[in-house]
Design a protein around this ligand. Structure first.
Ligand code: ADP
Length: 476
């Protein structure tokens, strides 16, 4: 009969080992009962009358009875334990088995010859098992118990109260001298304690090593998880790069193909009229300018992505930088019949950035507002401060952006359908560049917008007191 005890997950490794050994104990006991019956049969046949068979058979039957009880209880332990607070005390179960076994072994040995019975050394097996399975202190306690039991048996034997006379088998007299009995006891006790000391020492060291191995395995597992996360990130970055290259190629190809087909019309003689030729060349030239703009923006974007490639940063007044470009922007707005108003809070603290880059941010945001606001609309540009940042914002009453599209707005080449319908002019790279510039200087960029109502793009750069020295090409 084999009892399979499933090891509950919440157990410590030592406890788990103990639980897994419970069925092993039970199996071993069935084997021991078999061995005992065989031995009794053999001795009964070969040396009839030497052993008191009836009491020994009663003992074999009681071992079988309590082992059956253990087997049933162990099956009960197999049920999943829902209540952790009332989970079985595995140590108590194992201890009960060991104590019962030791007492039974002693009675068995006493009835079958006491110290004359060579099976007395079976105690040592128990001592080894206990030293491996239980804490060192418990192992020594058992060594003491075994010595006591053995000692008791020796004393009874010495007093002539032994259950069997083995002289017919051993050839030795039944009555032993005190020195013989005492030295046998001493040899036994020292064997038991030395075995306990060695076996529990080895077991302790193995246990410590197991703990170290488990810790190493756990940290290896953590590292593997970290590595696979980094690997996933790298793969994602690689995919994003490949997608980007695909989009770039596509964007570059479109104007080039247009130029080629416009020139083809002239080269193949389909437009002999000089006025028509001029028109085709003008259109080709416009597509080339578009291509150049795209390439310039792309270069800009990749420069912004390279660490340390941004020119010298300095302490700047964001309002002043805005004033420097506002005249050009005003002309653009007037051309489109838009009202452009500028509101700069006085006495703003400085921010750290490159003037060229900051102009680029303002120009991109304001020209977008002008581009995506139909005539008659309003564009309001303002600069103000909050506790930690100087904030620039560009608000318009233009076509606006839907909530789903807002999330993709800063992705290179992304243009909303409404923007594409309104104007063909645009690369979809401007906002990606602005975002990288702002983040490069430790700031952030965000948008609030409603379709057909307008948009507000804002960016915030950290305030830097004028005492801070300027740095070269680095983040502030
Ligand atoms: P471009 O303007 O060259 O297309 P941007 O990167 O500057 O590229 O802008 C990306 C897209 O964001 C635009 O195509 C447009 O769809 C949307 N967008 C930017 N600014 C505004 C704005 N002020 N109002 C409405 N949509 C805008």
């Amino acid at each position: 009969m084999v009892v399979d005890i499933r090891v509950p997950r919440e157990l410590s490794p030592t406890e788990a080992e103990l639980v897994s050994r419970i069925d092993w104990f039970i199996r071993l006991r069935w084997v021991a009962i078999g061995g005992l019956l065989l031995t009794l049969g053999f001795v009964g046949l070969v040396f009839p009358g030497v052993l008191p068979l009836a009491p020994l058979l009663v003992i074999a039957a009681s071992i079988a009875a309590y082992n059956l009880a253990f087997f049933i209880y162990a099956r009960h332990l197999r049920q999943p334990q829902r209540d952790l607070a009332h989970r079985p005390n595995y140590y108590r179960f194992v201890n009960l088995q060991i104590v019962l076994d030791l007492v039974t072994l002693t009675v068995l040995l006493h009835l079958s010859g006491g110290i004359d019975n060579p099976f007395a050394f079976y105690y040592v097996f128990y001592v080894i098992i206990v030293s491996i399975l239980l804490p060192q202190r418990a192992a020594f306690a058992y060594a003491g118990l075994v010595t006591l039991l053995f000692g008791g048996m020796v004393i009874l034997g010495y007093m002539g109260l032994c259950g069997a006379d083995l002289s017919a088998i051993t050839g030795m007299t039944r009555q032993h001298s005190l020195p013989y009995v005492a030295s046998t006891f001493l040899a036994f006790a020292s064997t038991v304690f030395l075995t306990t000391w060695m076996a529990s020492g080895i077991s302790l060291r193995l246990h410590e090593r197991t703990i170290v191995h488990q810790a190493t395995a756990r940290s290896l597992e953590d590292r593997t998880q970290e590595l696979s996360a980094v690997n996933a990130q790298l793969r994602q970055a690689d995919r994003a790069r490949a997608d980007f290259v695909l989009v770039v190629t596509h964007e570059l190809r479109a104007p080039l193909a247009a130029v080629q087909s416009l020139l083809g019309v002239i080269l193949e003689g389909y437009a002999p009229d000089p006025a028509k030729q001029l028109d085709l060349l003008t259109r080709a030239n416009a597509r080339v300018s578009e291509l150049l703009q795209l390439i310039t923006n792309l270069l800009e974007l990749s420069r912004m992505s390279q660490e340390g490639s941004v020119e010298q940063s300095e302490l700047l007044d964001m309002g002043e930088v805005l004033q420097n470009i506002v005249d050009v922007m005003r002309i653009m707005a007037e051309r489109k019949e838009l009202m452009l108003s500028v509101d700069i809070e006085p006495h703003l603290p400085t921010v750290r950035a490159s003037e060229g880059r900051l102009k680029e941010v303002w120009t991109n945001l304001i020209s977008n507002a002008i581009k995506y606001t139909p005539s008659g609309g309003i564009v309001v540009v303002s600069v103000y401060q909050n506790p930690n940042y100087v904030v620039g914002s560009v608000r318009d009453t233009g076509i606006g952006i839907g909530p789903e599209e807002q999330a993709r707005l800063f992705t290179p080449f992304f243009r909303t359908e409404e923007a594409k319908t309104l104007t063909k002019e645009g690369t979809g790279l401007g906002l990606a560049i602005v975002k990288r510039i702002v983040e490069h200087y430790g700031g952030r960029l965000w948008v609030e917008s409603h379709p057909n109502q307008g948009s507000k793009f804002s960016f915030a750069l950290p305030k830097v007191p004028p005492t801070a020295k300027s740095e070269t090409g680095a983040r502030s």
